[in-house]
Design a protein around this ligand. Structure first.
Ligand code: ATP
Ligand code: MG
Length: 402
């Protein structure tokens, strides 16, 4: 038994000792079979949340109405969910209420894909009523039960199928693919936030090129915010070498290729966090500049390392070049800089005001900028005495500029 499961065995044992069943389930088992890194170890159990709370002293209510609580044990946290069925789906969405059951089989049956419907006992025995293990060996994504029913119950599963293609490089089982193509329009019933979470994972996957091809083939892209008319731009995407790009770099590449009138509006429609939107809008402007001309020392400095790396990786991808060394090269450029941020200057605004006997104002910002650029270009040493002398002698000339 590998480490993350081993550590969780006492949790399973405690639940069992209290007279209930408990198993490891979900993505962790799939990833374990695949020899991939395991994210979260989730537990399915016959115990109700209230019964689990009586067993463990530290728990957090994260979704008691859906039967889920977080068990904090030995420095780790485990999501434990009571066996349940989701019998009454409404409007092609996840149900608002669930029915708790005492059978593992029923719980596995409500799960989306056979590869995600395997349970494992504390001794490592797999319980696999839907042949998920075989599907994993065959690299197939196949719904548990009839795909037409499962996609109509919860349309998000179609988006999940394609994000798993992107992450795992699996193929869609033929019937699953046919149903997905047929029911793709049902995705419009799903909250943008939930779609966005799956899409972000899709963008981060190694096999995103195949996932993009599938978005086009199945026409699922037409259900994604503001992409309905963007078939050509999406197709351009999959002619590029996308594998090395991370999620942020993929958003940036997409923004560029989509030739949007307003990138901010587009990202808001996707309901991305404000901080991410701001970062991407700024990075897009820099990318557009980069398409016109190479970096200068000043433009690189103002871009900042993280953004400059993202922009350059996307630029090189768009140019059809390898990005293997891009991040290292950019890091080396920043390492060579005398300063990489204004707060690395040997002086502050207060020093400058004191030397010149003036109170603050717009002139000060401009003055600091002049100092910054002079230091950056090695025209001025980054120490207090040199800067003081420079400020005092240059003051007359600079005041005109400021
Ligand atoms: P990841 O490694 O990205 O977390 P995961 O398979 O663990 O992948 P989760 O979203 O964490 O995905 O879901 C945990 C498990 O819950 C899944 O493995 C699956 O069994 C089940 N599940 C999740 N979403 C759905 C859904 N929409 N319909 C049916 N079952 C689902
Ligand atoms: Mg998970």
């Amino acid at each position: 038994m590998i480490a993350p499961f081993k550590k969780a065995i006492p949790v399973i044992e405690r639940i069992e000792n209290a007279g209930f069943e408990a198993y490891f389930v979900g993505g962790a088992i799939r990833d374990y079979v695949l020899n991939r890194p395991i994210a979260d170890v989730d537990i399915a159990t016959s115990a109700l949340p209230s019964e689990l709370k009586a067993i463990f002293s530290k728990t957090v209510d994260v979704g008691v109405e859906h039967g889920t609580i977080l068990i904090l044990y030995d420095g780790e946290s485990y999501e434990a969910t009571t066996f349940r069925t989701e019998s009454s789906y409404q409007d092609y969405r996840r149900p608002t209420s669930v029915t708790f059951v005492r059978s593992l089989h029923e719980d596995l049956q409500r799960r989306d894909f056979t590869m995600n419907a395997i349970a494992m006992t504390k001794t490592g025995t797999l319980i696999d009523p839907f042949n998920g293990y075989k599907a994993i060996q065959q690299k197939l994504i196949q719904t548990v039960g009839a795909p037409e029913e499962r996609f109509q119950e919860d349309a998000l599963r179609m988006m999940r199928a394609i994000r798993f293609v992107s992450q795992l490089g699996f193929q869609l089982h033929e019937e699953t693919k046919t149903a997905l193509t047929h029911f793709a329009p049902l995705l419009q019933h799903i909250a943008v936030e939930r779609i966005g979470m799956e899409f972000s994972k899709l963008l981060a996957g190694v096999y995103k090129k195949t996932a993009f091809e599938l978005l086009i083939q199945t026409k699922l892209y037409q259900q994604l915010p503001d992409l309905i008319t963007k078939e050509e731009a999406i197709k351009k995407c999959y002619q590029l070498n996308l594998a090395p790009l991370n999620e942020i770099q993929m958003w940036l590449l997409l923004l560029y290729l989509l030739e949007l009138k307003n990138a901010q509006d587009f990202l808001w429609k996707w309901k991305l966090p404000g901080k991410k939107v701001k970062y991407l809008v700024r990075a897009l402007l820099l990318l557009q500049e980069r398409m016109q001309q190479n970096w200068s020392l000043t433009s690189l400095y103002y871009a900042k390392e993280e953004t400059a790396i993202d922009v350059e990786i996307v630029y090189q991808t768009l140019s059809g070049n390898s990005v293997d060394q891009t991040a290292n090269n950019m890091k080396a450029s920043f390492k060579d800089m005398v300063i990489t941020d204004r707060n690395e200057l040997a002086v502050t605004g207060n020093d400058v005001m004191k030397w010149l006997g003036k109170s603050g104002g717009p002139w000060l910002k401009s003055m600091l900028q002049h100092i910054e650029i002079a230091v950056l270009h090695k025209q001025l040493e980054n120490n207090k005495d040199s800067i003081k002398e420079w400020v005092q002698t240059c003051n007359l000339q600079l005041e005109k500029d400021c």
